[in-house]
Write a protein that binds this ligand. Structure first.
Ligand SMILES: NC(=O)c1ccc[n+]([C@@H]2O[C@H](COP(=O)([O-])OP(=O)(O)OC[C@H]3O[C@@H](n4cnc5c(N)ncnc54)[C@H](O)[C@@H]3O)[C@@H](O)[C@H]2O)c1
Length: 313
């Protein structure tokens, strides 16, 4: 089994939004990074994205120009699967389709050395199912990051049924070595932890708007100026402790039965989906992102995320 000091070469598969960001993080902490994709255009776009992200991090004083230069010099790009031969650690961030992930892992887990550590950044596909095509699945686990990963520090490390404890421990150490905040998800539960919590909130948010209890804008304000402010500093269990077990017990006794228990995709989400309104990427979602509004919204979001991260450091 590898040790943290053996981890030097990091191969990242998929040079999309997530993969490009991973390359910067590992490059910044001195790892030798190879960013692999099947598409030359994706590699070109990733170089541009990395340049833009680095520029923003410098302008927000998160990193110096010198650190950025070193980061970029630690990243190589490849269209060739032979580039996985010397990988000590692999993160797969390719298309979110089981058959594509199976094909990838079947090939790559036979190219890498038999003790390299292998992870998938799947958003929600089953780790156990993906691992069926991984040779030596005891060295394989989920490693789920949050977009934009170079700014948001959480990493969920998900155990598959065959993952060895040593693998989880090493992935945890790797995450700590790049100053992330790892958590262990002990079993392959759908949505892991973050998405289970996120979708529980979304179900209620949709219910509130559908039942005309409050507007989309006001639900967003409740999160941004109320719950979100609190949750950036303390978690739900800490919140209960601060508020009082007695209070949460008594409110819970009448509140839980009032909440949505819908098993369906919300009608307001379905309607936007069927109209082809996919949010920032299409110029319209719950809000208007036409013209340059989408780009400006992303810029403001990233600057705000950085401000919060800095103020809580
Ligand atoms: N975007 C998010 O917010 C987010 C968050 C957490 C997890 N994820 C997960 O991360 C993964 C990547 O997401 P993304 O948003 O970066 O996607 P993306 O579409 O931006 O990038 C995916 C990249 O993978 C490449 N690719 C596809 N098949 C490939 C293959 N067989 N071999 C090598 N490269 C291949 C594509 O060319 C593309 O460049 C997905 O599994 C996704 O569910 C995404």
């Amino acid at each position: 089994m590898k040790d943290i000091k053996d981890i030097k070469n990091v191969s990242i598969a998929g040079a999309g939004i997530m993969g490009a960001s991973f390359a910067q993080i590992f490059g910044q902490f001195g790892y030798n990074v190879i960013l692999y994709d099947i598409s030359e255009k994706a590699i070109t776009n990733a170089k541009e994205l990395i340049k833009m992200n680095q520029k923003n991090l410098i302008s927000e004083n998160v990193i110096s120009a010198e650190v950025s230069e070193n980061t970029i010099s630690n990243i190589e790009y490849s269209l060739n699967t032979d580039s996985f031969k010397d990988a000590d650690f692999v993160i797969e961030a390719i298309a979110e389709k089981m058959e594509i992930k199976h094909k990838f892992w079947e090939k790559i887990s036979n190219i890498v050395s038999k003790d390299s550590i292998l992870t998938t950044n799947t958003s929600g596909l089953s780790i156990n199912k993906i691992s069926e095509s991984v040779k030596n699945p005891e060295r394989f686990c989920g490693m789920h990051w949050v977009n934009p990963p170079h700014i948001i520090p959480l990493v969920e490390i998900i155990a598959g049924a065959k993952t060895k404890q040593e693998t989880l421990d090493l992935v945890n150490q790797i995450a700590l070595s790049i100053e992330r905040k790892p958590v262990i998800v002990k079993k392959d539960a759908s949505g892991f932890v973050l998405n289970r919590l996120q979708y529980a909130i979304l179900r209620e948010a949709f219910y509130i708007v559908e039942n005309d209890i409050a507007s989309v804008e006001d639900v967003d304000k409740v999160m941004k100026y109320g719950l979100g402010r609190r949750y950036a500093c303390i978690g739900p269990f800490e919140t209960v402790d601060f508020g009082g077990i007695d209070i949460f017990h008594s409110v819970g006794s009448y509140m839980f039965k009032e909440l949505s228990n819908s098993q369906e995709v919300s009608s307001i989400l379905k309607e936007l989906y069927e109209e082809g309104n996919y949010g920032v990427k299409s110029g319209k979602g719950f809000y208007d992102y036409s013209g340059d509004k989408g780009e400006k919204a992303i810029e403001k979001r990233d600057k705000d995320f950085i401000k919060v991260a800095k103020s809580l450091e």
